[in-house]
Design a protein around this ligand. Structure first.
Ligand code: GLY
Length: 414
């Protein structure tokens, strides 16, 4: 139950104001908790970079069937979640139920897709095998060499920047306090998390603390090693093009492929934006946009859709996915009283936003994880290695705002 606010500044302090921290704060506020979010730039973080695919079926990987259950539970919640959030924020989220087409360009790609199709069928998922000609009938801009593909009508997309902006507004309207500063250190007293001290020297106290700082969650000072989340940054570079009205509709749905072993996807938005992603690089905290990264994305995307060379290139950006040892998130209470985690969402942060909000609000109110989230307890990992193994040894303040990167043009406001 909520703690009396006379004893604490807030019932709940959320460290990190990306989409995961914000959805946790919004859902907690709806349950009657007083909530503070600490972040220098609420609504920033990896969602500024992400393409926003809701791809539970096309991003299925061997060995990730447990994660699939959580991904599907979140995908199922998306229509009602998006409608409720759009209403609360007063603006559209760019949620498009457009489906996805995963295609193969050569015999190796086709064998890979066939295997994915078999795995999907064994997992009871809905996907349909198409010939190259059938793929091109659906998407006439595809290269003539496409050898076949998988049509997945249940994998959709949302604009993560609009999602983040809507969550900021919904939080404000629900009475969440947004403390625009970086958390420097978790405070612990008598074996219980009690809040955080900020870079600006504010002391924020709370009955419960949720650490939701994405890839930075593993480097907050003051977190005892036994409960420090084993998350690491996995860099993703993304390119944004714009489809001029005379070329629209350029693509009708998300198109993706594995080209020479690297995944590439093209996500077309209704506003003309075409997002091409993403690299996957284990380079620590580096968020440099590189010529090589952009070259590989454009080269692979061009093999799929040759006509994109005509489109204006409007933005390049890199962000950090919060990777975990089993690619699945860490959700709920830890072995330190008063400290909960909502981090490690890796490739699925946007997809898992609705279920994460529900799970964390439930955990804050009851101290328990709901059934759907039990496999994702942080306790499954035991004690994490010391901070140096997941990041620099000196733990700096948790500033989740994206590092500045050279961009061809700054992005449009959301
Ligand atoms: N889910 C897409 C990515 O992480 O690149």
């Amino acid at each position: 139950m909520p703690v009396s606010s006379s004893a604490h500044a807030s019932d709940v302090l959320v460290i990190g104001g990306g989409i995961i921290g914000l959805v946790t704060a919004w859902r907690a506020a709806q349950r009657g908790f007083s909530v503070t979010v600490v972040d220098p730039e609420p609504g920033g973080g990896a969602a500024r970079v992400a393409a926003g695919m809701l791809a539970a079926v096309t991003e299925l990987h061997h060995g990730e069937q447990t994660l699939l259950g959580l991904n599907l539970a979140s995908a199922e919640r998306y229509p009602a979640f998006a409608a409720e959030l759009a209403e609360a924020a007063g603006h559209d989220l760019g949620y498009r139920r457009c489906g996805t087409l995963a295609v193969a360009l050569d015999a190796d790609d086709r064998a890979h897709l066939r295997e994915l199709h078999a795995l999907q069928r064994r997992s009871g998922l809905d996907s349909q095998w198409l010939s190259g000609r059938e793929c091109r009938r659906l998407e006439p801009m595809l290269a003539p060499g496409v050898r076949g593909g998988l049509r997945v009508d249940g994998d959709h997309q949302i604009d993560p920047r609009r999602l983040a902006a809507a969550l900021v507004t919904a939080c404000e309207r629900a009475g969440v306090t947004l403390h625009r500063d970086a958390a420097e250190r978790l405070t612990v007293a008598r074996d219980r998390a009690t809040g955080a001290v900020t870079r600006g020297d504010a002391e924020l106290t709370a009955g419960q603390v949720v650490l939701a700082a994405g890839s930075f969650s593993g480097r907050l000072a003051g977190v005892p090693d036994a409960v420090r989340p084993p998350v690491r940054p996995v860099k993703g570079q993304v390119v944004r093009l714009t489809v001029p009205p005379r070329y629209a509709p350029f693509l009708h749905r998300t198109v993706r492929a594995v080209v020479r072993g690297s995944e590439v996807y093209l996500v077309p938005r209704e506003n003309g934006e075409l997002v091409i992603g993403a690299t996957s690089e284990e380079l620590g905290w580096d968020t440099t946009v590189t010529a090589g990264g952009v070259y590989e994305l454009l080269r692979d995307a061009h093999e799929l859709v040759p006509g994109l060379t005509e489109l204006p290139l409007t933005e390049t950006r890199a962000g950090l996915r919060p990777g975990s040892p089993d690619n699945a998130p860490l959700l709920g209470p830890t072995d330190l009283d008063g400290l909960l985690l909502a981090t490690g969402h890796f490739r699925n942060g946007v997809l898992l936003t609705p279920v994460t909000g529900d799970v964390l609000a439930h955990a804050l109110a009851t101290g328990e994880l709901p059934e759907v989230a039990r496999p994702f307890t942080p306790q499954r990992f035991g004690a994490a290695p010391a901070a140096s193994a997941v990041g620099p040894s000196a733990a700096p303040a948790v500033d989740t705002s994206p590092a500045p990167v050279p961009a061809v043009r700054t992005e449009q406001p959301v």
